[in-house]
Design a binder for this molecule. Sequence first.
Ligand SMILES: [Zn+2]
Ligand SMILES: [Zn+2]
Length: 354
Amino acid sequence: MAKFVVTPANEEQRAAWQSRVAMPEVERVRPGLWSIPVPIPINPLRYVLVYALELPGGVVIVDAGWNTDEAYRALCDGLSVAGYSITDVKGVLVTHIHPDHYGLAGRVRESSGAWIALHPADANLLHDRYDDGAIDALVEKERRILVRSGVPRLTLDELAGASMMIRHMVSMAKPDRLVEDGEALGLPGWDLRAIWTPGHSPGHLCFVSPERRILFSGDHVLAKITPIVAVHPQSGPNPLADYLDSLAAVRKWDVDEVLPAHEYRFLELAERVDHVMLHHEERLAEIEAVAADVASGISCWDIATRLTWSRPWETIPPFMRRSANNETLAHLVWLESRGRLRRIAGDVDLWVPA
Ligand SMILES: [Zn+2]
Ligand SMILES: [Zn+2]
């Protein structure tokens, strides 16, 4: 794939990301807009970029961070650099329900009385928490996905147990406000609009300011990495189709700068979107070719082990192999939906050329 490299909006922020150790600075991005890096525990992404938007008498933040004391302190300290305290937070606009974005929102509300806003499709994923045994049911669903993918029995327990994400999701605060696609958020001084961008998460939202020509992209579009788009118990039925549509939905906006939740800010939205689309097209072609190679049919897991990953398959830790399997499955489901592959359903589903 021809390499396209985005232009960082701030070279120092990019350098901090690249260093793998340094935290970027709390930064005034523009008048009335701040970027606050909030650490994520034991994760190679290292931090979430929380954005604080100044309003008369306070701020609204985009995303909140992971629910740890360290993250809460970093958020409070960052706000004080901007001249605010946690009690000045009027609202939390959450891009999606993942714990590095939503985890801390409840605590911010407790401290400040802020509202919490989320898309209904992600809010729906929370309701399970009120049922006893909800987590067990989700883990069981995940197990079924892995079994039908053809994950070997010995590997299964190792993989199915790695459900940290699910556990965190079912212990989170309820939102006060549901935000729909295209909704104008009505923040004084801001012409901010929500763009529903399902794929990475069913209710993922981006926020665009046409006047300021900026896009808050959450995990949907990032400078270097691509977000995980996978079939799992809380995904949509065809998450890759959603994701590719959502890429097209943000590409329409003519903006000067993309403000993502990880890594660093950058300039070229359309080119980056095209590059990510191309990446998935190549992945789809690779998966189709592997499936075409075995006339009798091949399982999702066996396909996953044959693909090129960023490191040798044997060295990938269990929870990442599970993601790899479920990402492969998202591509298979997409190929099936376009009539390029056929699924032979069974105890283990096998994939053959259509
Ligand atoms: Zn995420
Ligand atoms: Zn994230």
